[in-house]
Design a protein around this ligand. Sequence first.
Ligand code: NAP
Ligand code: MG
Length: 399
Amino acid sequence: MPKIVVKNKIVNLNGDEMARVLWNKIQNELILPYLDLKLINFDLSITNRDLTNDQITSDAALEIKKINVGLKCATITPDDKRVKEYNLTKKYPSPNGTIRNILKGTIFREPIIINKIPKIVDHWNKPVIIARHAFGDIYKSQEICVNKKGKLTICFEDEKGNKEEKLVHNFETAGVGLAYFNVFESINDFANSCFNFALKRKISLFLSTKNTILQKYDESFKQIFDDVFKKFKKEFEKNSLTYQHRLIDDMVACLMKWSGGFLWACKNYDGDVMSDLVAQGYGSLGLMSSVLQSPDGKILKSEAAHGTITSHFRQHQRGIETSTNPIASIFAWTRALKQRAVIDDNSDLSQFSDNLENICIDTTNHGFMTKDLALMRGPEQKWITTNEFFKIIKNKIEN
Ligand code: NAP
Ligand code: MG
């Protein structure tokens, strides 16, 4: 089998624990034997982030910005326990946060649908893709505790000292207050990311807000999306795609009624909550993929939505063969390869990626699956180890 030539490079960010074990196996057994591909490797393992004072993370993000296509293995975001475990000099921030701040993109979370794997919401037979506006709102808010009588106001002061003040509440008894903000530039980037993604994937787009209540705040999200849509309207119509704004309460009702197959643009908090709800509705974390895409749609970083799967890594360290699901990590590779294929106009590469995705789905549909998926099918379903799963996949690539 001659190797497929991939003309341009891909940035490869390695990670930690069991996810790293899977990542290396995918690279060495399923990708590099078949592709003549140059990877620009960055080791984002927690030990190397510590060694480089986290410089490696920013360097990796800047390289993705230059090359346009990146893929990332799950990494440890250290808490106090991890600082002790790895003897770290600092509690480094989440690499995903650092990378997102540099690439300024939107995260799209997409379930991988496999017919034989029952879903909690049975009729979701096409993916619901969630885009979360990961900026501002309650995540950048200021709270206040009130424990005496008095008034709470909100005030904006311009550079010249002119003030605009509004009364929020006259407190007669104790309570709490909150103020938060967003900026149009970020909402505009979010809208562009969403329209570009919908167009690329040929799916319709819905934005949800509560603009009946927040007639300035949420209304500005709607206004900005409406404005950005003007630029995309023709292309959407050409592809029979639609864009609609819906109230968040109406949208959650639709989510339950519909069978999937759309992109849902969520405000920050809604996206936080809904992405976990939707993930659970589709079943397993091992079947959830995630891409970060820049507003202009040119830069893409793909990954699995799950973490480093520490519990499985502990077994692996003790020499026990695990049954860890590699499908979301394999899709992280194929989604990045497809982006490379589109930019480079490389149909062989695109075919290779589609084929690898189909093999994963077919193999599972034929009853060969890891334990997480077998458990969803019930006690009768047999499961295989990760190594056995890789062997079958590799065999199918070659035949
Ligand atoms: P996790 O690694 O996603 O694992 C949570 C549990 O989900 C696992 O214990 C396992 O359940 C199941 N699971 C997840 N992926 C699976 C797969 N591919 N195959 C089979 N089962 C799978 O989340 P976590 O344990 O909360 O976090 C572990 C580390 O990952 C943390 O240090 C965290 O900082 C990091 N993290 C990184 C990212 C990222 O880089 N994007 C995201 C989330 C978390 P069972 O044990 O029941 O089998
Ligand atoms: Mg959440």
